[in-house]
Design a protein around this ligand. Structure first.
Ligand code: FES
Ligand code: FES
Length: 150
């Protein structure tokens, strides 16, 4: 059984392996964060076939055959993704721990809805928590990314 992670095919030694543990500890992609381990904070969000998934709540087997993207796979040839760039421009990070999860959730949102309103952004990111409370800056960053080229 194989999956693709950031465009590279990867073997899955144990389909029951927790997806977050697989990404962080087996593949060394530590940009995906462990927050709560219970599906409540969104720090572990990755994209599976373009849609956000809280990896702490999944096994590798559950996404077998799928295409996984982590924060390490978002930039393209050294150029930041528009969402990453917008987070920098809006100074959306404080400690930064939650940010990879927010960025993945935001990219998933923009895939579904390229020009979201503020009222759409809030519920779409409501599964992601920021202990530093940078929600308004994050929201502005997502809107900025939507307005610019991607
Ligand atoms: S670590 Fe997965 S939702 Fe918190
Ligand atoms: S920036 Fe610190 S938890 Fe969000």
């Amino acid at each position: 059984m194989d999956i693709t992670v950031n465009g590279e095919p990867r073997a899955v030694p144990n389909p029951r392996r927790n997806l977050l543990s697989y990404v962080r500890y087996d593949l060394g992609l530590t940009g995906t964060k462990y927050g709560c381990g219970e599906g409540l904070c969104g720090a572990c969000t990755v994209l599976v076939d373009g849609q956000p998934l809280k990896s702490c709540m999944s096994t590798v087997g559950a996404v077998a055959g799928g295409s996984i993207k982590t924060i390490e796979g978002v930039a393209n040839d050294g150029s930041l993704h528009a969402v990453q760039q917008a987070f920098i421009e809006e100074s959306a990070m404080q400690c930064g721990y939650c940010i990879p999860g927010f960025i993945m959730a935001a990219i998933g949102l923009l895939e579904r809805e390229p020009r979201p309103s503020r009222d759409t952004v809030r519920p779409a990111l409501s599964g992601n928590l920021c202990r530093c409370g940078t929600y308004l800056r994050i929201e502005r960053a997502v809107i900025r990314a939507a307005e610019g080229p991607r």
